[in-house]
Ligand binder design. Structure first.
Ligand code: NAP
Length: 248
């Protein structure tokens, strides 16, 4: 039976690299996106052109209705999932905490915390051996920001990733006896569009010389760690983190 994975935010950046690598490893892939249909369709086209199986599904994972529709569409079109990559995430313009307002906090926490929780819930309902499932694996895309704090840039975003770290630890323990592994990657300074959303497209190049490795990272380097954590090669790993931040 074909393995099925949902990659939230799979149309661009780290999610796109992960979707492509998952397909390469034999998964049927749901490429979820919020707005950018063109990017998600391009990932799906590339997977299909290489002989893989993929669909693009538009859904805002910060909304409960969006998460339900996403998982029900995948049930219908690809079958039962065995893997979830909770990758979709946002940040907003660089700002100090003293200037943050409640609306911004709600947007960040809805996308970066509520979304991954709800997706994890739907995945557990389908994968848990206590519910008739076959088990599976979840990888949460956290950030080194959860350790570093993102002072002067986006402490709200960093705090949302702290919540993802805690979700990873707590959920991993809840479902370890039900055939589900839950792990996380904590990237930083990866060349994607996300830094433009913070108002500084060249952020990685500004920071890179201060990193032990003296360079930024590629989405594919994060995807490799995600796909390893999903795989049977990581069969005894749960509640763990892989830091991909050039030594920072
Ligand atoms: P990106 O290039 O900005 O891509 C973000 C993806 O998430 C897009 O596909 C976007 O969809 C999707 N998305 C955003 N909000 C969504 C929502 N509510 N529902 C569904 N999809 C949504 O970002 P990235 O850098 O690859 O980041 C991916 C993950 O890595 C994020 O969780 C981020 O926090 C984490 N991360 C990134 C870095 C870095 O240096 N880049 C470092 C640490 C952690 P559309 O294409 O439709 O807009």
């Amino acid at each position: 039976m074909e393995k099925v994975v949902i990659v939230t935010g799979g149309g661009r950046g780290i999610g796109a690299a992960t979707a492509l690598l998952c397909a390469n490893q034999g998964y049927a892939v749901c490429v979820n996106y919020k707005n950018n249909k063109e990017a998600a369709d391009a990932v799906v086209e590339r997977i299909r052109s290489e002989g893989g199986h993929a669909i693009a599904v538009a859904a805002d994972v910060s909304l409960e209705s969006g998460v339900r529709e996403l998982f029900e569409t995948v049930d219908d079109k690809l079958g039962k999932i065995s893997a979830l990559v909770n990758n979709a995430g946002i940040l907003e313009r660089q700002i100090r905490v003293e200037d943050i307002d409640a609306e911004r906090l709600r947007r960040i926490l809805s996308a970066n915390v509520v979304g991954p929780f709800l997706c994890a819930r739907e995945a557990v309902r389908r994968m848990s051996k206590n519910r008739g499932g076959q088990g599976g694996a979840i990888v949460n895309v956290s950030s080194a920001a959860s350790r570093l704090g993102s002072a002067g840039e986006y402490v709200d975003y960093a705090a949302s990733k702290g919540a993802i770290d805690t979700l990873t630890i707590g959920l991993s323990q809840e479902v370890a006896g039900e055939g589900i592994r839950v792990n996380a990657v904590r990237p930083a300074f990866i060349y994607t569009d996300m830094h433009s959303d913070g108002g500084e497209p060249g952020r990685v190049d500004r920071i890179k010389t201060s990193l032990p490795m003296k360079r930024g990272g590629c989405p594919e380097e994060v995807a490799n760690a995600i796909v390893w954590l999903l795989s049977e090669k990581a069969s005894y790993a749960t509640g763990t983190f892989i830091d991909l931040a050039g030594g920072k």
